[in-house]
Design a protein around this ligand. Structure first.
Ligand SMILES: Nc1ncnc2c1ncn2[C@@H]1O[C@H](COP(=O)(O)OP(=O)(O)OP(=O)(O)O)[C@@H](O)[C@H]1O
Length: 218
């Protein structure tokens, strides 16, 4: 009896990436693959190009050379389809200081094209530990609370398989670090993917694969 050959390709793949900043080539020849369920930690010293790599992956910047592929198609050619499956949280939470966490979260979801009702946003903010800050202006929040407002989107983004997170653990207390690590591990266990930068160890259910950008530095 003959079996059909099932072609297996990585969900996200970087091929031979080079990154130019100003007139400086940060890295070249960078490649990685991320499969469903994968957790990838982007590592390396300050300034090596970790954030720059995440910006290439998300399409916020273009590589000097090389290609990014999602579901075996170029992310540049299939930009809309790729972005519909991607959640990117940058290293600084982009909050409007005059708006409350609830208003900020609703705005961020709407801007990303996610239809999320107020009740779901409230539940997400409560889950991330901001039940008592729902209606405060963001300008009075602590750094860790500001970070949590951004992270609340994780609880509204299960339908987006690829999460790209720049320093998500920064400013979080030890309990919040453990909760976030559990949330990311659960996303991966459900078939999602997480690519993140962090300078600290976090208690993931399974140790992440590590991509050392320094190995490709110029
Ligand atoms: N116009 C420019 N010309 C030359 N180099 C630049 C220019 N803009 C940015 N850079 C360099 O590009 C690098 C960008 O680093 P990036 O933020 O990606 O590093 P990182 O690995 O995320 O660092 P960190 O761990 O500090 O967050 C830095 O080394 C910075 O000095």
């Amino acid at each position: 009896m003959q079996h059909a050959v099932v072609q297996s390709f990585p969900m996200l793949e970087a091929r031979d990436l080079a990154c130019l900043k100003g007139d400086r080539l940060l890295f070249h020849g960078l490649a990685f693959r991320l499969q469903a369920g994968g957790l990838l930690r982007v590592a390396g010293p300050n300034g090596v190009g970790k954030t720059s790599l995440l910006r290439l992956v998300t399409g916020l910047a273009l590589p000097e050379a090389g290609e990014l592929r999602w579901r075996d198609r170029s992310t540049r050619r299939e930009r809309e389809a790729f972005h519909a499956e991607l959640l990117y949280l940058g290293h600084a939470p982009a909050l409007n200081d005059l708006l409350s966490p609830l208003e900020n979260l609703r705005f961020a979801c709407a801007a990303a094209g996610d239809e999320v009702d107020e009740e779901a946003c409230i539940r997400a903010l409560e889950r991330i530990g901001l039940a008592r800050q729902l209606d405060l202006p963001a300008r009075v929040l602590s750094q860790g609370q500001r970070r949590r407002v951004g992270l609340a989107r994780l609880f509204l983004s299960a339908a987006r398989p690829l999460w790209v997170l720049d320093e998500p653990f920064t400013a979080l207390d030890v309990h919040a670090v453990a909760d976030l690590a559990a949330t990311l591990s659960a996303h991966c266990a459900g078939g999602g993917m997480v690519m993140l930068t962090t300078h600290q160890d976090a208690p993931f259910a399974t140790p992440p694969a590590v991509l050392d950008v320094g190995a490709f530095a110029c």
